[in-house]
Design a protein around this ligand. Sequence first.
Ligand code: HEC
Length: 154
Amino acid sequence: MKCNKLTTIALLLWILTIAVFAWFFIRGNTTTGTDGRTAVVLHVSERDLILSEMRGLLSATQGILEGVNQGDMQRVIKASSAAGMVVAADASPALMTKLPMELKSLGMSVHRDMDAIANAAENKVPAPEILKMLSNTLTKCVACHSAWQLKVAN
Ligand code: HEC
């Protein structure tokens, strides 16, 4: 009987742990932002990592546009693949639990788009199509920036 009780307690604790983990994984570590957006609370190094990823996305965007303008598809491939899914692999499991689900999926889809642009350029997809893909991706940048802010934990 005693053993059964312990098993039940262990099981409940286990379920509770999973539930807490799932809660954080979906909701992330968030608070009210300073300007009406929701702030994700991170360590300074985690914030720096995300911001450097962001600057990578901006320079990829610039590289893609410049490549298309100059008819240089190698430049497009190089710029877009540098901001593809390879970049997302840098995120630690701890950081992943702090980021809300919606932000994670939007972020991943932008990195996937960058790989798709690289792939399209490799397959000689016409420039207007590539611009259309990039323009669709930029709507995701705008959507995410209008909803989220990053805040350093005190
Ligand atoms: C999933 C959400 C998300 C997506 C998608 C996203 N960003 Fe960001 N980005 C952020 C957040 C959050 C910040 C920090 C904003 C703040 O704290 O005010 C940020 C900041 C930035 C910064 C500032 C970097 C710095 O050093 O301060 C740049 C530049 C940037 N993003 C570019 C982009 C570009 C270009 C894209 C699309 C190709 C993009 N971002 C897509 C969430 C996102």
